[in-house]
Design a binder for this molecule. Structure first.
Ligand SMILES: Cc1cc2nc3c(=O)[nH]c(=O)nc-3n(C[C@H](O)[C@H](O)[C@H](O)COP(=O)(O)OP(=O)(O)OC[C@H]3O[C@@H](n4cnc5c(N)ncnc54)[C@H](O)[C@@H]3O)c2cc1C
Length: 479
């Protein structure tokens, strides 16, 4: 707090991807200051750019957080516009002396936050950013020579035994200001508008809010984690935590997942170690994005810039998007994505391999479709995932690893449960999941469960041979 502000000047908690009250260092520090706290969410240019599903999911998360705040005597103030201008106006209106927020790590957010910090400090306002979105700040993990990690395994070894701060309890009350500033009405933001018919359907598959996330974590660690390592690859099984959407919006802290995962490991639950390793994959993705932000938009390895992926957005790409390639694993997965806003990790790898290798289509096209459709969309994990499969990323899958979607079905869906959950055509009584696809998709796609099943538009063997040929012709990286 600065000298010329009264000692009880309010603190603005600038809410971003940290839609939780528990284990939230930015909020906890504001409450601990024992002054009024004003929670504010600003729909700024970066949020206006969100894809349809992430924007919709953000809306669900905001509505939920607003209710949780009300139960603690607070409000969520909603404003739209430039974050810098909104904060300046709010500081004038409320007499706030400080702004707290949880750090973000993508280059656009970093640029925005750096400007805002400078500007607020220039006005004598304490601008404080806090950790909370990650276990390890990206700049604190260094190789022996002081550089960044480019390969996951040594990164994991470097962090696995680090101390991680304990959890912070949610405040039972949040001190309110004498007068609340005006707020927009969330409905007026129409967060679901771009989802069209899909909004109601996808909402049924979302798990919103920190209580629901914590319950799921407890249930997962109680009953599922023991078999996690072997079952996590079977897309029809409910074998993974399913917490990515909550992590993406900060409805659960990675610290909570880490500490509870450690406890499960201490209790001898096999699978817990593997779960911890997956959480660290997310950390690794952020480490890469922070140190090499071009991973978001360009081939991480520059030598791949000349690789001849097709950038044509044609009927075949549309067939991939719409789950109409004729290959059951790919189509089931693309429909799961459209209906639930999520996709099983193995399925993500298979559809990405099919697009970038069998179809030789640029990974950016797939990355952008995921960005449009995922409720767990996360810039770092999405970019790393796509470049890992395409081969252009750090520590990437080798170019000759081309998933055969039919072979993968035999291995990971031998009983056909995943296929029948999502593909209605040919079933006398398709399950609701498969039918939901037709409730969610735009009418303009003109799809019906009574359609004939799409014919494959490429031959798997030929596609694989073509990919090996094209991939094999490029100069291989040194490492
Ligand atoms: C092409 C592609 C795109 C992807 N896009 C995203 C994305 O936009 N958002 C996203 O959260 N994940 C993404 N992933 C990673 C992964 O598929 C999801 O995190 C996982 O499916 C989430 O399910 P879960 O929460 O049940 O995971 P669990 O198996 O329960 O794992 C626990 C947590 O570990 C992290 N994690 C697990 N696997 C990975 C991974 N491969 N990379 C990074 N973190 C991981 C996630 O935060 C996850 O919630 C992508 C993967 C690929 C191959």
């Amino acid at each position: 707090m600065t000298d010329d502000k009264p000692s009880n000047a309010p603190i603005i908690w600038w809410v971003r991807r940290d839609l939780r009250l528990a284990d939230n260092p930015a909020l906890a520090a504001a409450v601990a200051a024992d002054v009024p706290v004003i929670p504010v969410f600003i729909l700024d240019a970066l949020d206006e750019d969100l894809g349809a599903a992430p924007r919709f999911r953000l809306g669900l998360g905001l509505a939920h957080l607003a209710k949780e705040l009300e139960r603690r005597g607070a409000r969520l103030i909603l404003r739209r516009g430039s974050a810098q201008e909104v904060l300046t106006q709010l500081i004038t209106d409320t007499g706030a002396g400080a702004v707290h927020w949880t750090r973000a790590y993508d280059p656009q957010a970093i640029a925005r936050d750096t400007d805002i910090k400078d500007q607020l400090k220039g006005q004598g306002i304490a601008a404080k950013s806090f950790g909370g979105h990650l276990l390890f700040e990206p700049w604190t993990v260094e190789t022996k020579t002081g550089g960044m990690y480019r390969v996951y395994s040594p990164y994991w070894k470097a962090v696995r035994d680090r101390d991680v701060d304990g959890l912070i309890a949610a405040p039972s009350r949040i001190p309110a200001p004498a007068h609340w500033p005006a707020s927009d009405d969330l409905d007026s933001w129409q967060m679901a508008a771009a989802m069209r018919r899909g909004a109601d359907v996808v909402a049924q598959y979302c798990r919103v809010g920190e209580d629901a996330a914590q319950e799921r974590l407890a249930e997962f660690l109680d009953s599922r984690v023991a078999d996690y390592k072997q079952d996590r690859d079977f897309p029809a099984m409910d074998a993974t935590s399913g917490l990515s959407e909550n992590l993406a919006w900060g409805e659960i802290s990675p610290r909570r997942m880490w500490h509870h995962g450690l406890e499960a490991r201490r209790a001898g639950k096999s699978g817990a170690e593997h779960f911890l390793k997956e959480i660290v994959w997310r950390e690794f993705a952020y480490h890469l994005m922070f140190h090499t932000p071009h991973i978001l938009t360009r081939n991480w390895r520059p030598e791949w810039e000349h690789f001849n992926w097709s950038e044509r957005d044609d009927d075949k790409v549309d067939a991939w998007r719409r789950g109409q390639t004729g290959y059951n694993f790919v189509d089931a997965a693309m429909r799961e994505l459209y209906v639930t806003g999520k996709m099983h990790n193995r399925a993500r790898m298979i559809v990405a391999s099919f697009l970038t290798k069998h179809m030789l289509t640029h990974w950016r096209i797939g990355q952008q479709w995921f960005e449009e459709c995922l409720v767990d969309w996360d810039p770092a994990s999405n970019a790393m995932g796509w470049q890992w499969v395409a081969g252009s990323g750090p520590d990437a899958s080798p170019f000759f690893r081309i998933f055969n979607p039919d072979g993968q079905l035999e291995k990971f869906d031998a009983k056909g449960r995943y296929q029948s959950a999502w593909i209605a055509e040919g079933q006398a009584n398709p399950p609701q999941t498969a039918l939901d696809f037709y409730r969610a998709t735009p009418l303009s796609w003109q799809l019906s469960p009574k359609d004939n099943r799409a014919e494959p538009f490429l031959d798997l063997k030929e596609g694989r041979a073509r990919a090996l040929d094209v991939y094999g012709q490029r100069e291989l990286p040194d490492d």
